[in-house]
Design a protein around this ligand. Structure first.
Ligand SMILES: [Zn+2]
Length: 216
């Protein structure tokens, strides 16, 4: 067996000596009473966009699903296994989560692969098939004449957040909880270079800096 990565052991030891002492009672309480997070985050796998880091969250605070390009599929109750749907089912029906945040980000490799129509990375073409659900039948995703490539990519990265929010509402249990006022859906976008967070103003369909966005 290859040795376990040394820096992970070192990282754990730092956690165990520095952070754990301040959170030991919280971990113990969470272990005894179970988790009851109020927020679910659907984010990208990208190593630069960790929801726990961005939202400064401790253990038990965030229920997180991460996948390529922070996508939520449409509700599809068929014979296949659906990972995001399973997480949603548990979060909404068991944990009674109060908020779902779809967190998009800048320089998303999944979005870029989709835009550049890259060749399959393996015979399974898992990324290609995963990203294909981003497009509705008959829909075209194209660079507009006045757009730079960067603006185009950013528009599509944000469109992925809109699409996921739209798809969330195709789940009957999500729609029901939203309509009863028990669940709120939110969008956000993280600018990697500046570490800046933008929160979706759903009425205006615009992302606004979290430094000035209203919060409850
Ligand atoms: Zn990404």
């Amino acid at each position: 067996m290859p040795p376990f990565p040394r820096h992970l052991i070192d990282g754990y030891r730092t956690f165990a000596s520095q952070r754990l002492p301040t959170e030991q009672s919280r971990y113990r309480e969470l272990s005894e009473r179970g988790q009851s997070p109020e927020v679910m985050v659907i984010g990208c796998c990208d190593s630069r966009v960790s929801p726990e880091v961005i939202f400064d969250a401790g253990p038990g605070e965030l229920f997180v699903v991460r996948n390529i390009a922070n996508l939520v599929p449409v509700y599809q109750p068929d014979e296949n296994a659906h990972g995001v749907s399973a997480a949603l089912e548990f979060a909404v029906n068991v944990l009674r989560i109060k908020h779902i945040v779809v967190l998009g980000h800048a320089q998303c490799g999944g979005i870029r692969a989709f835009i550049d129509k890259i060749e399959p990375l393996s015979p399974g073409d898992f990324i290609g098939k995963w990203m294909a659900m981003f497009v509705k039948p008959g829909e075209k995703v194209e660079q507009r004449s006045h757009e730079t490539m960067q603006q185009f990519v950013e528009r599509i990265e944000k469109a992925a957040v809109f699409r996921s929010l739209e798809n969330l509402m195709t789940f009957p249990f999500v729609r029901g909880a939203v309509e009863r006022g028990e669940l709120n859906l939110h969008g956000a976008y993280f600018g990697v270079a500046e570490g800046s967070l933008f929160v979706l103003d759903q009425a205006a369909k615009e992302f606004r800096s979290a430094k000035e966005a209203n919060s409850e």
